[in-house]
Ligand binder design. Structure first.
Ligand SMILES: [Zn+2]
Length: 325
């Protein structure tokens, strides 16, 4: 298995495609739709004596621009089948309408969080205009569905597909038990993966609470025996169990901090952000919002806080029964 790094045009830096040569050339994920990403991929393939034409399958871990934005453009250079889950499939062909819909969800949610309009406008611009500009629609005739809990065959092995929502509602990891390796895409990093504002595939009007799902996903991954994780960005993680344990500790610490802020009189997402992520709020209100809402979602799910709608904005209060404890 070989890693082919490509630029993404996002702060995360490069992304990783993984190339399997035998028994047939298969690629996992591809980057954004840019000249630079395409030429990095083409030169990565050529260092193994391949061109895009030689690929037989491209398998997608999740529906994000830096994992499938290049698909349509790449399709002009290859006949490869494109394997996607039923959740990611609509994003391969209909991404513009779906990003408009998601952008509306982001705006609605940030408004409920009490974020000033200027910050909302930036997030809307990013999700409605910037991200789709790095995407290209794939040919529907090339798409092949694989189930989110199925088995894939590539690289001469069988890989268990694990549905791992949290960072994305479409996220899957691929696990190979004989080699004890996990293609973990955007679920495991040295830092906490961003729990993005995304809708549930079965209910586009409802938001997936990202961080509660990420915590469950991390606990699910703890149930698998693997010694190396290959992430969607950055080098392989040779201590994935330690990374997972540290993430869970870090999330718990932040969750506690967030609860104290609510107890101390910070009631809206925006008020909590200013304390927790004031340093990134100006630069990146969307990221700061996704993280903070994630911790409040965790507290709400654990019934440590209650949420009430006050003049169109969510207000969080410590749950009275928990206070007595
Ligand atoms: Zn992602």
């Amino acid at each position: 298995m070989f890693r082919i790094e490509q630029p993404t045009n996002f702060p995360i830096g490069t992304m990783n495609s993984y190339l399997f040569l035998e028994p047939e050339p298969v690629l996992i994920d591809c980057s954004v739709n840019t000249d630079e990403a395409l030429s990095s991929l083409v030169s990565g393939l050529s260092s193994h004596g391949l061109t895009p034409k030689d690929l037989t399958k491209i398998i997608i871990t999740h529906a994000h621009s830096d994992h499938m934005g290049l698909l349509g453009r790449l399709g002009e250079h290859t006949e490869a089948e494109i394997w996607v889950t039923p959740i990611a499939r609509p994003w391969a062909t209909n991404y513009q309408a779906l990003w408009r819909q998601r952008s509306d969800l982001v705006a609605r949610t940030m408004r409920l969080g009490g974020i000033p309009e200027a910050g909302i406008e930036r997030a809307v611009h990013f999700t409605r205009d910037v991200i789709p500009s790095f995407w290209s629609a794939a040919d529907p005739a090339r798409l092949v569905d694989f189930p989110i809990d199925g088995v894939l065959e590539f690289g001469g092995h069988q890989w268990q597909v694990i549905y791992t929502p949290g960072h994305a509602s479409s996220h899957t990891c691929f696990y190979q038990p004989d080699q004890k390796i996990m293609l973990s895409a955007d679920t495991l990093f040295p830092r906490i993966p961003l729990p993005l504002i995304e809708e549930w595939p079965h209910d586009p009007a409802a938001r997936m609470p990202g961080l509660p799902h990420l915590v469950r996903t991390l606990k699910t991954l703890q149930g698998f025996d693997f010694s190396v994780a290959y992430p969607g960005h950055g080098p392989p993680l040779n201590n994935p169990r330690v990374v997972i344990a540290e993430q869970l500790i870090r999330i718990e610490r932040r969750r506690k901090q967030c609860l104290e802020l609510v107890a101390g009189g910070r009631h809206t997402v925006f008020e909590v952000i200013q304390e927790l992520y004031g340093h990134i709020l100006q630069r990146d209100p969307y990221t700061a919002f996704c993280l903070t809402l994630g911790y409040l979602d965790l507290l709400e799910e654990a019934r440590l806080v209650e949420k009430r709608l006050v003049d169109g904005v969510w207000w969080y209060f410590n749950s009275p029964e928990k206070k007595k404890m």
